[in-house]
Design a binder for this molecule. Sequence first.
Ligand code: NAI
Ligand code: 13P
Length: 378
Amino acid sequence: MVSTALERLQALQGSLRAVDNVAKNYRKKFRIAVIGSGNWGTAVAKIVAENAAEKKSLFEHEVRMWVRQEKVGDMNLTDIINLHHENVRYLPEVRLPDNLVADPEIRNVAEGADLLVFNLPHQFLGSVCDQMKGIDFSRSSAISCLKGLNVSAQGVELLSNVVEEKLGLHCGVLSGANIASEVAREKWCETTVAYPLPKWYKPGEIDEDLIKALFHRPYFHVQVSSDTAGVSIGGALKNVVAIGAGLVEGAGWGDNAKAAVMRRGILEMIKFGVTFFPGTLPETFTNESAGVADLITSCAGGRNVKVGRAFARTGKPLEEIEKELLNGQSAQGIITAREVHELLSEKNMLNEFPLLVAIYEVAHGKLHISQLPDRIAD
Ligand SMILES: NC(=O)C1=CN([C@@H]2O[C@H](COP(=O)(O)OP(=O)(O)OC[C@H]3O[C@@H](n4cnc5c(N)ncnc54)[C@H](O)[C@@H]3O)[C@@H](O)[C@H]2O)C=CC1
Ligand SMILES: O=C(CO)COP(=O)(O)O
């Protein structure tokens, strides 16, 4: 028992030293803002607020979270969060830290923030950024926790680039095998962060160590990667593959079939990365939480797999299933599957990504599930 207590004390001293060492280098205490408060948005807000409260030399105590206002019964969601420290709408039964403050005014949250954590369903990113236009972010940074891509007639772009282009806000990414309900209940997992330094960086500004200090918790272990594109694409495309895993499961096929979809899925995710974002590292998909680990957990217990499964059983449109099953949450693979299909069709590359294309076609009633194995055969 004595040695256990001693070990704990040494571990605590070690972690305090680590925080102090990091703190010496920074020009100020950084103010953190969270943009988004859904299932994952609130879980990540909890993490950063816990670290802000503990690492007093690095961060301002209060963390403000932008909440898109809505009524729950006759109360504002923001009032419920601030009074009861619980997001009853999107993350029920999880106690949030007292220093996390919900605010319905996005400009109030963003103005003066040194680091903005973006976390909302990706289809809303553009309009949410537009609400922050004109704010001076020239010395601020951001991390995008979104899983998706921005696809247009011009091609495909990372969501972190959307933030940079729309707001002039330097943006890294966080993604991993992180089902929000587990993370919020402090069940251990890993995640991957990529934060390349901005052009205007000089010592004292936010760097990788500071980003790690903000997100790392005893139950949420952060690994740092240099591969922003690989980390982003892993998160976006695993949502589509998870719908595919749900389709074969819902069709009554077994775990072997699901594993086959996942194997083909990871190969197409890598190919998509190196094709559309030259410089993407294939090993990101195999070595990092943001790759194969995220695919595994998502295909086991995520929202996208549920939607795919329900489609195979009922044949209802995906958006209808999403509404019925997810209580206002989003299965991002539905939109990403459509966007990726449009992109590949535009580029005349449908034959090069047979699994991603087959998932889209099955989920839209254009291909029977029984044809999927032949479509994706090597
Ligand atoms: N939930 C999870 O387990 C995980 C989710 N992610 C990713 O994190 C991102 C955010 O997901 P969640 O926080 O789970 O969101 P969610 O799926 O819970 O969506 C609900 C949120 O969307 C907001 N919303 C609804 N309509 C909107 C509109 N018109 N404009 C702006 N916001 C609107 C709601 O206010 C609410 O905050 C997604 O890209 C998701 O793929 C990543 C890891 C885990
Ligand atoms: O990204 C996730 C886990 O890492 C959550 O996946 P779903 O959106 O499918 O629930």
